[in-house]
Every structure is written in C-alpha cells, then in structure tokens.
Design a protein around this ligand. Structure first.
Ligand code: NA7
Length: 548
C-alpha cells in the first residue's frame, strides 16, 4: 500500500491509526538515545526497526571478524556516567558479539524495548500539509500519524547486495557481509571467494583464511591499511579508562574527529627525521591515530600527503615481502593515504603468504558475472566456489532513506530530490520536508571522519533541544528555508573542496553507486567546529528556519 492509499483507507474508516508525537526510525546507536531523550521529554514516541532486535550496524554486521576500529572506551554514550560505569569492555577493539551485548545492555538499562517495534520496516512517509503531520506506513500494513519523523537509520546500512549478473544462479551460498545469518555460514574446508577489500572485506579475510579450504580474494582498488594493537582489558585497564570519563566527556565532542586524539605537531615545525620519528611512534600505537591525528596537512597538502603515503606503503611492502604481484594489487599507487577510509587490520597482509589463499586483481580484468559454479571474470576465467562473500559496501548516507518513499511538501520525493542533488541543512533537516529530522545523513560529519557515537549523540541532542524549544514556544512546525540550505551546502562544498578526500573516488563521494550524484558526503570541517555551528543556530533561536 502506498502512503496515499493508506491515507485514503484511513479516511474511509480503515485500520486504526496510531498517533505519536515522534516516530524514530532505527534502534542503533542514534535511535536508542533519541528514543530515550524524547521519552524523557514526555513525548509519545516510538521507534521502529526492520531488525529483530536493537543494535543497528551491530545487529546486521555479524560477519566473521566484525569489530570496532574505534577504541571501545570512546565508542560510548557520554550523557550518563552511570551508564558508562556499568559496562566493562574486555578489549581495546572488541568484536561484534560483545558490541551487540553492550547495545542490549543500553536498551535494558534505559528500559527502551517497551517503546520499540522490531521486525517492522518503515516503507513510506508523507507530510500532510493540511494537518502538518507525517503519515507513516510500515510493511506490516500499519499507519502511524506523527508530528515529527526522526530518522536514525544509519550512514552505512543500505547494503549493495545485487552486484553481479547471475548471482541468483549460483549453486553455493552467496552472502553480503551485512546480511550475515545469525546462525552463521558453513565455511570450514570450503572454496570461498571474497569480493571487496574495504574495511569489511579485510576483517573477513584475515578471520576466515585459516578455516577455509581455499580462499580467493577478488580485489579491485588497492587499500592502505594500518596494523591494530588490541590488548585485552583486565580490571586495571577498565578502572583506568573509566576514571577518564569526565575528561572524555569534555574532550571527545570537541576534537576534529570525535576520537580522543588531536594533532600534536605542524608538519613545517619538524625536521624530516622528527617527522619520521613521529610517524613511527603513531604507527606503533596500533590505532587510527596515524590517519586521523598525525599531520593535519596530510588532508590538504599533496606533498605532505605523498610523504605520509610513502611511509605507509613502505610498511605494507615490507610485510608483503616485496612480492611484485601482491604489492601491485594491494598497495595504492594513484591516490593518497587517508583520502578514504583507512581500515585497521591484524595480520591481514600476511594472509596472502598462505598457500590456501589466492589474490586476484580486478583492475584490468573485472568480474563479469556469476554462474552456478562460481565467478567469471571479463577474460572468461572461471573461479569455482562453494561460498561467495560480497564485502561490496553500502549506498552510504542516502541509501537508508531513499529506499523509503518519503514525500515532503507538494508530494516531492526525497528519493528523487537526492537522486538529482544530495542536499541537507547541516545534515539535520532538508528543505521541503518540514518536521523531518535526520541523523547520519550527508553534509554532517558522520562515519567518514568521525567516531560515530560522538557525532550521533550530538545530532540527537540537537534534535531533542529543537523539539523542546518548539514545544516551549508553542510551535508545531519547523523547516529550513532554501537560502539556509543553500548556504550550508556552499559551506560544506567549500570545506570539502579544499580536502584531498574530494579527489579520491570512493564511497565518501558516492562514487561506488552508479548514477549517484557526486558530493563529498561527510562534513569535513571537523566535529568540534560542526558542533559549534549547530549550537550557534540553536542558541540564536533557529534563524533561517521557518517556524510556526
Ligand atoms: P567499502 O569500503 O565500500 O568496500 C567495498 C569493497 O567492495 C571495495 O573493495 C570495492 O572495490 C569492492 N567492490 C564493490 N563493488 C565491486 C565490484 N562490482 N567489483 C569488484 N569489487 C567491488 O565497504 P565496506 O563494507 O568495506 O566498508 C564500508 C564502511 O563500513 C567502512 O568504511 C567502515 O566505515 C564501515 P572498489 O574500492 O570500489 O574498487
């Protein structure tokens, strides 16, 4: 049923409509906290999730090896010391099962489940201009009438699953990493193929290589990687990080990336030897620090970037034992370090020295199609497989919402609007869509250069403050005016244009989805700066927004 049909059925005395003040889509990191905040305000609020339980990313991504690249003690909610204190991590970078347990802990501790409806996909939403409310429909045939529609649907939650012609003819198992079944996939001793060597593919490859019979890795674009150091946390380490709560709560929201680290040196202030020493020190830290907090100039100055890139390449060459084939397929030569996602890994490069692992470069010989026996390349070579793992990524930023039929004023379609040009106001609202409040969508600092929990807490808090403000002023509707959105888009583009990220083809620009309009998706002006700009708007009473 379409949204219009649902509304008609409603007018004809059809199924009962639930009435809400706010409907939250998604119960991952953002959705859980948003639900909590709005409920605390006394709103009638309910969250809907297609998944069978809470967790968002951490519900769906159950593939072998899934784990944090953010330190666990910063990937946290910071609004409650009690909540922070009540959970103890076992490692610096824990794995998916532990993270999922943590999300259950949060949902239970805040008693959120009673206001969540699981296994329900929101399929459409239409803004009724006469009543100035949203009519939302779900795949269960329900209709919900709500004042505010708050999307917490995730930045990387719309998987690219239908990648190759003939996938459905495959005799074995084909599985996208973010749709990994809870009861697993039988891999032991099998002939397994993995397509994709992004952050996900790398985690899968390094985890399954010693279990499978034969592993074929299909790699198109080479990927810079950094080694992870992942010590276990005992009571002492846990006590030490918990003691840092006040400091972390103060600093994380204000750093450039929402991680705990900041740049310590300007490139120009150091001699070549000192730079090298600094890079070695940070490299030994075993975290994303080399990417996110070595030298800021790396993002803007091609010469600096070239030197840091060469430092990382040399580390990779050494581990690949200078093998010409491995180095050619795995080490980037034509784009700079840090200009798209840099994954952490554990003994990943060493996997390629194993006798049961084969690396197939796709740069000059792409995948053509899938046949019942396996994968066929453009030159006709067939790789026979039992399991085909697609670590092929996501329609980032926009996909979660463009897969829902969202209709704003005048019936305008978000799918069509973003299909032409991806625009938002600070990643929090969209002109033409009153009372639609968004998190983890483009033009805000999510995922690409941000620790997600830091960014999502800030965004959901901004949304809660906005709703509190409207209610206090006895107003019911808000929408950014076009000029406000134009100005934000221009600021975003100018900031992004100065960053070398804008010159590397990746999901950061939507380049991984055919036909998607190009724009750097994440705001690159810094998490702290973004927060200040959002706070200024709120403190000034939302100038540039039409409120009534
Ligand atoms: P990514 O980073 O988008 O990686 C997807 C990988 O799949 C990448 O290596 C792609 O190669 C490859 N890919 C996609 N389509 C194809 C086709 N048709 N043929 C060959 N190879 C293909 O997704 P991830 O899931 O690893 O990570 C996404 C984010 O999630 C990550 O950054 C974290 O923030 C969490 P390409 O680079 O396009 O040549």
């Amino acid at each position: 049923m379409t949204v219009a049909a649902a509304a008609t059925a409603e007018a004809d005395g059809g199924s009962a409509t639930r009435e809400l003040d706010a409907l939250v889509i998604g119960t991952g990191v953002a959705g859980l906290y948003q639900l909590h905040q709005l409920r605390e305000q006394g709103l009638r609020v309910r969250a809907y999730d297609a998944a069978a339980d809470v967790g968002g990313t951490w519900f769906w991504n159950r593939y072998p090896g899934a784990r944090f690249d953010s330190e666990a003690y910063i990937y946290q909610y910071l609004f409650s010391e009690e909540l922070y204190e009540g959970w103890s991590w076992s490692q610096r970078f824990p794995d998916q099962p532990e993270i999922e347990r943590w999300m259950h802990y949060v949902a239970d501790r805040l008693d959120l489940r009673r206001d969540i409806q699981f296994s329900t996909t929101v399929t459409g939403a239409r803004f009724d201009e006469d009543r100035e409310r949203w009519t939302v429909i779900t795949d269960r045939g329900e209709t919900i009438d709500t004042q505010f529609l708050v999307t917490c649907a995730g930045m990387l939650s719309a998987p690219l699953t239908d990648v190759f012609p003939g996938q459905d003819t495959f005799r074995g198992t084909v599985v996208h990493t973010s749709r990994w079944p809870a009861d697993g996939v039988h891999l032991d001793g099998k002939r397994v193929g993995v397509v994709g060597i992004g952050a996900t593919g790398i985690q899968v490859i390094q985890t399954i290589a010693d279990r499978v019979g034969h592993l074929t890795v299909f790699a198109r674009t080479p990927q810079y990687v950094l080694p992870m150091k992942n010590p276990q946390f005992g009571p002492e380490e846990v006590a030490a990080y918990k003691a840092r709560f006040p400091e972390l709560r103060e600093t994380l929201p204000r750093t450039f990336t929402g991680f705990e680290y900041e740049w310590q040196h300007a490139w120009a202030d150091l001699t070549p030897e000192q730079r090298r020493e600094h890079l070695e020190d940070i490299h030994a830290n075993g975290s994303l620090k080399l990417w996110l907090a070595s030298f800021a100039e790396m993002f803007f100055d091609e010469d600096v970037n070239a030197e840091v890139s060469e430092f990382v390449r040399a580390k990779m060459r050494e581990r690949l034992r200078d093998d010409p084939h491995l180095c050619d397929v795995l080490i980037p030569a034509d784009y700079g370090f840090g200009t798209h996602r840099v994954p952490l890994e554990t003994d990943y490069l060493e996997v390629y020295h194993r006798p049961n692992v084969e690396l197939v470069g796709l740069r000059d010989n792409a995948v053509s199609h899938v046949v019942p026996e396996g994968l066929v390349l453009a030159d006709g070579t067939l790789y026979e497989l039992d399991v085909l793992i697609l670590a092929t990524g996501f329609d980032a930023g926009t996909g979660a919402l463009t897969r829902i039929d969202i209709r704003g004023r005048g019936g305008r379609s978000l799918t069509e609007d973003w299909g032409r040009d991806i625009r938002t106001t600070m990643g929090l609202m969209v002109h033409g869509y009153p009372n639609l409040l968004t998190t983890a969508v483009p033009l805000a600092p999510s995922a690409a250069l941000c620790n997600m929990t830091t960014c999502l807490q800030q965004q959901t808090e901004w949304i809660s403050d906005l709703i509190r403000h409207l209610r206090a002023e006895d107003k019911t509707v808000i929408e950014p005016i076009k000029e406000t959105e134009d100005a934000w888009v221009a600021h975003h583009d100018e900031t992004a244009g100065a960053n070398l990220i804008s010159r590397t083809s990746s999901w950061y620009l939507g380049a991984n989805v055919p036909g998607k309009p190009r724009r750097v998706l994440s705001y690159t002006g810094g998490v702290g700066t973004y927060r200040e700009k959002c706070d200024e708007v709120a403190a000034a009473g939302y100038p540039g927004f039409e409120i009534r």
